[in-house]
Structure formats: C-alpha cells, structure tokens
Design a protein. Structure first.
Length: 153
C-alpha cells in the first residue's frame, strides 16, 4: 500500500432517530431496500454473504464482517464500477475490496452515523482515483437517502 495515496472516505450525518432504528435501517433487508438498493438476497449477519441488487447496475455479493447491534455494522465489497459494472457474484475476499463501516453514536437529538470506507489504496493503481471520487459522491448521495428515510418516516 502506498502511504501517499488516500486510503479511505469518511462521512458523518446525524439523524433524528434512536440507534436501534438506524441500525435496523442498515441491517434489515426490508428497510435497507427503502434507501440503498432495490433488493437483498440473504441476511446481514456476521460471516454471511448476501447479494445486494442495484437493478440496472447489477447484483453484488458482499461479505458481512461484523453486525454488532446497535453500534456497528461492517462489510467488504468489490467496487462495481471498476471490476464488473453489471454485478459481482464471486468471492469478495478473493478480490481487491474495500471495507465499509457504519459506527453509530447517540447524540443529543438522535444518532450520529459515521461511515468509513477503507482499503482504497490497496486497489489496483489505475482505479484508485476513480474509486475515491465516485464513491465519495456516492456516499453523499446514499447517506442523504438514509437521512431522508429515517427523518421522514
């Protein structure tokens, strides 16, 4: 890993909902599809490999690293725009991947959601810049959807 290359993307939002509610939105397929994707096959439990359906953008298998109610949820994924723009059904752990972590903290008026996607510097050199830019904008969009979902329900 080249230490001069940015390795992670970090974002924070605060939602007007208790940690339990936010955690459920992150880890319950029925709620996850209301803000992140159009479908989920499988469970978001530690060690599981569910498939997340993004419709025209394909289905992507992820690997759930940790699901610790109601504080922390993490998974590994292969970036779709780079490796297979129409989906990824292989072994996530056998390919260059990133770690996506959601850490939840109670704050006055709700819950702080801290998102961190790391491991970007370990991706093939030719895709690092595109991944940083695309995923940073993508997380802004998706966290905005999560905020809207939780604040307006």
């Amino acid at each position: 890993m080249n230490s001069t290359i940015q390795d992670s993307i970090e974002k924070e939002i605060v939602v007007r909902a208790p940690k339990e509610r936010v955690y459920a939105a992150l880890t319950t397929p029925e709620q996850f599809i209301k803000w992140f994707s159009i479908g989920v096959e499988g469970k978001f439990e530690t060690g599981e490999r569910p498939t997340v359906d993004f419709g025209e953008y394909g289905k992507f298998k992820i690997y759930v690293v940790a699901a610790n109610p109601h504080d922390y949820f993490a998974y590994r994924c292969v970036d779709g725009s780079i490796y297979s723009p129409q989906g990824f059904d292989g072994d996530v752990l056998a390919e260059p991947n990133t770690l996506v972590e959601f850490t939840l903290e109670e704050v006055e008026g709700g819950t702080k959601v801290h998102l961190k996607e790391s491991g970007i510097a370990s991706l093939p050199a030719e895709v690092i810049k595109q991944t940083l830019e695309g995923n940073s904008a993508g997380w802004d969009f998706m966290l905005g959807r999560l905020l809207g979902y939780l604040n307006n329900e």
